[in-house]
Design a protein around this ligand. Structure first.
Ligand code: CO
Length: 136
């Protein structure tokens, strides 16, 4: 059911410093920051030959990553994102297997304007999992 690893997301306390680290020290292709008000984060994408890294920084006072950064002041891996070709079918199959979908259970548009869902970390070995629908 799951396809490629779309990205690994890292929550960062200092976005310009993290962008500089990837751009200059690691020599990667780094996007401009983009506000995602729907998700309470600012995102930056780093393109690698085989996948992407998503840098996450809180946006607004109710950011879902504010708590995470409080517990991990230096930043840390926040979630991983797998691609699926039919997010509703994937959700229904997961829920039929007892997996918990976060929020309302309805997909939201993610950073790439594709539908996304998040799955409960307790059901996935302590890892927050994002599913993103991509074209088949
Ligand atoms: Co993500």
């Amino acid at each position: 059911m799951i396809g490629r690893l779309n990205h690994v997301a890292i929550a960062v306390p200092d976005l310009p410093a993290a962008m500089e680290l990837y751009r200059t020290t690691l020599g990667a292709q780094v996007s401009e920051p983009e506000d995602q008000p729907e998700h309470g984060v600012i995102t930056v994408f780093i393109d690698l030959p085989n996948t992407r890294v998503e840098l996450l920084h809180p946006l607004g006072d109710k950011s879902p990553i504010a708590n995470f950064l409080e517990k991990n002041p230096a930043g840390g891996i926040h979630h991983i994102c797998y691609e699926v070709t039919d997010i509703i079918a994937a959700r229904d199959k997961l829920m039929a297997n007892g997996m918990r979908v976060l929020g309302t259970g309805e997909p939201k548009l993610g950073a790439h304007h594709h539908p996304v869902l998040f799955l409960h970390p307790k059901d996935f070995n302590g890892t927050l999992v994002e599913l993103e629908e991509v074209a088949a």
